[in-house]
Each structure stands twice: as structure tokens, then as C-alpha cells.
Ligand binder design. Structure first.
Ligand SMILES: Nc1nc2c(ncn2[C@@H]2O[C@H](COP(=O)(O)OP(=O)(O)O)[C@@H](O)[C@H]2O)c(=O)[nH]1
Ligand SMILES: [Mg+2]
Length: 346
């Protein structure tokens, strides 16, 4: 399918064209930036919101995503999902065991689920994921969920391309709590203790709350001179939010039965309202656009360096000298860069 044909198909809202566009972007084939540039012009029209869901494997992220899809559909909202998680497919397990309803969701044209290929997207995975989310938004989906597996920096970078980041932990997720302790997870906007039907869920919830409490205790930004500090129970429910600060709530869910999902959806709404009221929605958007432009520029430079210059060839020529200890990788890189800059290597 040519780029023209894809653009026409997207204008006619053909799901097949959307699928092709996503593949084009994932593989960075010729014309992918044209499609993305076009899509960019269509963003922000349908009041779309992006939600990033991350957490350790098996935490129930996909199950939770399915439950949210149902919830959003019941509100008449269309939902696009990007799953950067090769390990767990969407099974329909959250649909309360109702096969008929599950089918009706998977055949629902207002729901589009796409799994991302993670191989090959070296380093640029966060950018590519965000670009795929752009395509979904441009297509008209009103809620976009990005599911990523893991609790490391990469997963977080991906989840952070969303407006609201949800970290899903489970009683057995030792990893998650360790990372949390290490401070990597501080940027989640909402914490969910899923599998709250299991032993240890309450304890985990308390642990997470204590940890967030410690973090808040150390951070002066939470000291609001004209207001009383929210009480402990306010914090727990995320109930009392001032427009200038957000206290991440710690919610309990059982994704497989849908318990707690209404509260999660309500917390997502509250966070969005907070982002709007505080002006952060616009701020975060500007920051993302700057990050994106930089990422696209870097990607372009890298592609140009590899495809349009003889840098790689020169590298191969010099490799023996490096291997023999005659030169360092830094010398060689500097030489190549110099030659590229002065146009000796074209
Ligand atoms: N007991 C229990 N099992 C759950 C819950 N949520 C999900 N599961 C199960 O946990 C497994 C992993 O779920 P999945 O959504 O694929 O996890 P993901 O890897 O985080 O996407 C599946 O067998 C789910 O049915 C829950 O709240 N309680
Ligand atoms: Mg999953």
C-alpha cells in the first residue's frame, strides 16, 4: 500500500489503512514521517487522553486494560490500545467470563488493539510507541492506553509519553517494590495494587503508601502554606486534590473480576482534571513535543549517517587498528565525525 493510499484510507477511517500505517511507522519505511506529520495535524481534536500502564510481567496489566476498555465503551468512548508486551496477549479474561460480550468487544470497531514489535526498535522504542499512539489518536480514538511490561527506565519512558502513568503492582511483585524503593517509580501518577484478592495485598498497599509518604515528607513542593495538609485517608483515596499538587492515590483492584475498576476510572478522570486545572496538561505537552522533535532529529541524523555517508565503511576499515590496540574507539569516532563534517566522507 503506497503512502498516498494509506493517507486516503486514514481519511476514510479504514481500519486496514490504520494497521498499514502502524506497520509503516514501526518499521520506519519510506514515507513514515509523512504519515506521522499528517497525523500530527489531526491531534487534539477529539479530546483524546493517553494512559500509560506499566508494571512487572503478570501483574494483570492486560486484564486491567480490558476492564478499562469495557468501562470506556460503556461511556460511549472509543479506545485504542498499544501493547508493548510480547509476553501476554489480550485474552478477554477481564470480560467477566462472558464469551459473547468478549466477542462483541473484539469485533467492536470502536476498539483497536495493537501489539508492538519490540525487536529492532533500538533505543527508539519510546518514540515509536508514542508515534503509534499518535496514529490512534489521529484516527479518532478517544482513549489511548499504552501497556508496557517492566519496571525499568525504558518502560517508564514509554509510559511517560502518556498524560497519566499508572503503575500496577501485585502482592508477589518483589521487583516492583524494590524499584519503588530505589525511586525509579516516583513519577507514576496512580498506583494500583492489583490481585487484591490475594494475601499480602493490604500490606503492599500500606508499604507503597508509606513509601510515597516518605517521599512527600522530603519534598517541599507538597507543603501548601494556605491549606491544611490532606489527612491520611484523603491521600489514600486521592480524594482531596488541590489544583497545584497531586497526591498519587494507591488503589486496590481485582482486574479479573472488575472490582476497583470504577475507582480507577474515577482516579484517571481526577488526574486529568488536575492536569487541566494546574496547567500541567499544556506544560507536559510542550515538553513532550520538544522531546519528540529532538528524538526525530536524532533519529534522522543517525539514519543519514548510516545511509547517506560512508561512515560505516570507514569504521570497518579502521576496526583492525582499534582491535590491534593502535587506536582507540574515540580517535576513530572523532576522525569519522570530522570527515563527515568537512564533507570528506559523503
Ligand atoms: N487472582 C487474580 N488474578 C488476576 C488478576 N488480574 C489478572 N489476573 C491473572 O493474572 C494473569 C496475568 O494477567 P495479565 O493481564 O496477562 O498480566 P500482564 O502481564 O501484567 O499483562 C492472568 O492469568 C490473569 O487472569 C486479579 O486481580 N486477581
Ligand atoms: Mg500484558
Amino acid at each position: 500500500m503506497s503512502v498516498e493510499r494509506i493517507l486516503e484510507g486514514l481519511a476514510r477511517r479504514e481500519p486496514a489503512a490504520l494497521a498499514r500505517a502502524i506497520t509503516l511507522v514501526e518499521n520506519q519505511r519510506d514515507g513514515f514521517e509523512r504519515v506521522l506529520s499528517h497525523a500530527h495535524g489531526l491531534l487534539g481534536r477529539s479530546g483524546a487522553r493517553r494512559i500509560g500502564i506499566t508494571g512487572p510481567p503478570g501483574a494483570g496489566k492486560s486484564t486491567l486494560t480490558e476492564a478499562l476498555i469495557q468501562r470506556f465503551r460503556a461511556q460511549g468512548l472509543s479506545v485504542g490500545v498499544v501493547a508493548v508486551d510480547p509476553t501476554s496477549p489480550f485474552t478477554g479474561g477481564a470480560l467477566l467470563g462472558d464469551r459473547i460480550r468478549m466477542e462483541s468487544v473484539s469485533l467492536d470497531p470502536q476498539v483497536f488493539i495493537r501489539s508492538m514489535a519490540t525487536r529492532g526498535a533500538h533505543g527508539g522504542l519510546a518514540t515509536t510507541t508514542e508515534e503509534v499512539a499518535d496514529l490512534l489518536e489521529a484516527f479518532g480514538f478517544q482513549r489511548i492506553i499504552v501497556e508496557t511490561v517492566g519496571v525499568g527506565q525504558t518502560e517508564l519512558d514509554i509510559a511517560r509519553t502518556a498524560e497519566t502513568t499508572v503503575l500496577v503492582l501485585v502482592p508477589e511483585s518483589g521487583d516492583g517494590i524494590q524499584t519503588l524503593k530505589a525511586g525509579v517509580m516516583e513519577i507514576a501518577d496512580l498506583y494500583v495494587v492489583n490481585k487484591s484478592d490475594r494475601a499480602g495485598a493490604d500490606k503492599l498497599r500500606q508499604e507503597v503508601e508509606v513509601m510515597l509518604g516518605i517521599r512527600r515528607g522530603n519534598a517541599f513542593r507538597h507543603v501548601a502554606p494556605h491549606h491544611a495538609q490532606p489527612t491520611r485517608s484523603d491521600r489514600r483515596t486521592g480524594g482531596s486534590q488541590q489544583s497545584d499538587s497531586w497526591e498519587p492515590p494507591v488503589l486496590a483492584t481485582v482486574a479479573s473480576t472488575g472490582a476497583g475498576v470504577d475507582e480507577l476510572a474515577a482516579a484517571l478522570d481526577r488526574h486529568h482534571a488536575y492536569l487541566e486545572a494546574s496547567g500541567q496538561l499544556g506544560e507536559r505537552r510542550r515538553r513532550r513535543l520538544a522531546d519528540r522533535t529532538r528524538a526525530v532529529l536524532e533519529r534522522g541524523v543517525r539514519r543519514w549517517l548510516v545511509e547517506a555517508t560512508r561512515a560505516e565503511e570507514l569504521l570497518r576499515q579502521r576496526l583492525d587498528e582499534v582491535a590491534d590496540g593502535l587506536r582507540s574507539p574515540y580517535d576513530v569516532a572523532a576522525e569519522i565525525l570530522d570527515q563527515v563534517k568537512t564533507g570528506v566522507v559523503k
